[in-house]
Write a protein that binds this ligand. Structure first.
Ligand SMILES: Nc1ncnc2c1ncn2[C@@H]1O[C@H](COP(=O)(O)OP(=O)(O)OP(=O)(O)O)[C@@H](O)[C@H]1O
Ligand SMILES: [Mg+2]
Length: 369
């Protein structure tokens, strides 16, 4: 997929903005707070029908306005495609793909595959396990259109089970009702477990190679999947933990407890990794996801690199960009406060690119090579 043109109306700091992209690498440069990340977020929204940062759509509308509209014109193997997303506080969000209304978000996700890498993603290593499952889910829902559907089903039943556990007590509980929730969780739970297991197995093989390329073969990094379902079926796990769940008033077993375990030179990454190593790890993980989506879907996901070069030494930035040049034959959007940092390296690698300056809520093409 190649984004040829982007049009934003009342999206965050942009009232009306249009840009045409005809180079494989696009750089958005500008000072802090000018709207570089917002521009990338608009591109993200066109793929996932939601912002990467803000869950409340009403806060995405330019302050003082009532609705936003995003339009992306794409090219895939010579075929044009168009996505339009409209939101107003009064109506539900509307999504159109090639002129047809999309009724379920899960039907759109995966049509324009995309991988976003930004500074806040480093929290993947520190925040709760929900962030690491979200990482898996973002990759999987772009590969398998059943995945998001099963995940939504699982989460819906889990919410029902949990609210019932909160409303009852171990002495008065209706075990037949709990059993029926457990049975409904089994099918989507097993589906998600198998998909995640397979995904991480494939991902970790690619990841080893990518990490070596970016770090210059200096460290040994690994990523493994851990799930309670490895030892027991979900049905049995839920049955065995029923009394405990009633006592704690929440579901303690299931795929909503899955984890990703990261190590560097056989030590826990979050305890021993330096800032540069954590960043290298993150980039390698996300680029592996990019590669895996490409392998599984035969599509080239768009790559968004938001302000990722701070804290990386010049050698790693070069390794990263040359890795991307060699393996990612795709469209890449890069944001950076320093116009020349990325541009100079891209020029030394002979990578064709266009630089856009963002200031005063407008975007202007200032350089190309
Ligand atoms: N709903 C909104 N209406 C108007 N402006 C908004 C809205 N939401 C966010 N903004 C503005 O967007 C700006 C931040 O934009 P963004 O995060 O894209 O900046 P940036 O160029 O990526 O900065 P940095 O270099 O610091 O990462 C802020 O000034 C904020 O006020
Ligand atoms: Mg930013």
């Amino acid at each position: 997929m190649f984004l040829n043109a982007l049009k934003l109306t009342n999206y965050k700091n942009y009232t009306t903005v249009q840009a045409v992209f005809d180079k494989p690498v696009v750089i958005f440069c500008g000072q802090n707070g000018t709207g570089k990340t917002n521009m990338l977020d608009a591109i993200y929204q066109l793929s996932f029908c939601k912002s990467n940062f803000q869950h409340k759509d009403s806060l995405l509308v330019t302050r003082g306005e009532t609705l936003f509209r995003l339009e992306g014109n794409y090219q895939n193997d010579g075929d044009p495609h168009k996505t339009v997303i409209k939101f107003s506080a009064k109506t539900k969000k509307e999504i159109e793909y090639d002129g047809k209304k999309i009724s379920k978000i899960s039907d759109h996700v995966g049509k324009i595959p995309l991988v976003f890498i930004g500074p806040r993603d480093i929290q993947l290593f520190f925040d709760g396990s929900i962030e690491r499952r979200r990482f898996l889910d973002t990759g999987l829902c772009q590969i398998d259109n059943q995945y998001l559907h099963k995940l939504v089903t699982y989460n819906r039943i889990l919410v029902q089970r949990n609210s019932y556990l909160k409303s009852t007590s171990p002495h008065t509980a209706d075990f037949a009702l709990i059993q029926s929730y457990d049975e409904q969780l089994e099918n989507p739970g097993l589906f998600i477990y198998e998909k995640r297991m397979d995904f991480v197995n494939r991902l970790s093989t690619i990841f080893n190679e990518v990490y070596k390329s970016i770090s210059g073969n200096k460290e040994l990094a690994s990523c493994t999947y851990s799930s309670q379902l490895e030892h027991q079926t979900l049905g049995l796990l839920l049955k065995q933990s029923r009394e405990k769940d009633l006592f704690l008033q929440r579901t303690t077993q299931g795929i909503h407890k899955d984890e990703l375990v990261f190590t560097l030179n056989d030590q826990t990454l979050k305890q021993f990794g330096s800032e540069g190593q954590l960043k290298t790890f993150l980039l390698a993980l996300k680029l592996s996801m990019w590669q895996l989506i490409k392998n599984e879907t035969s599509q080239q996901p768009i790559l968004l690199l938001d302000d990722i070069f701070a804290k990386l030494d010049v050698e790693r930035v070069k390794n990263l960009l040359s890795y991307i040049q060699e393996t990612c034959d795709t469209q890449i959007f890069i944001s950076d406060t320093d116009q020349s940092r990325v541009s100079d390296i891209l020029e030394s690698l002979s990578l064709s690119h266009a630089v856009f300056q963002i200031e005063n809520n407008q975007i202007a093409r200032i350089h190309e090579a």
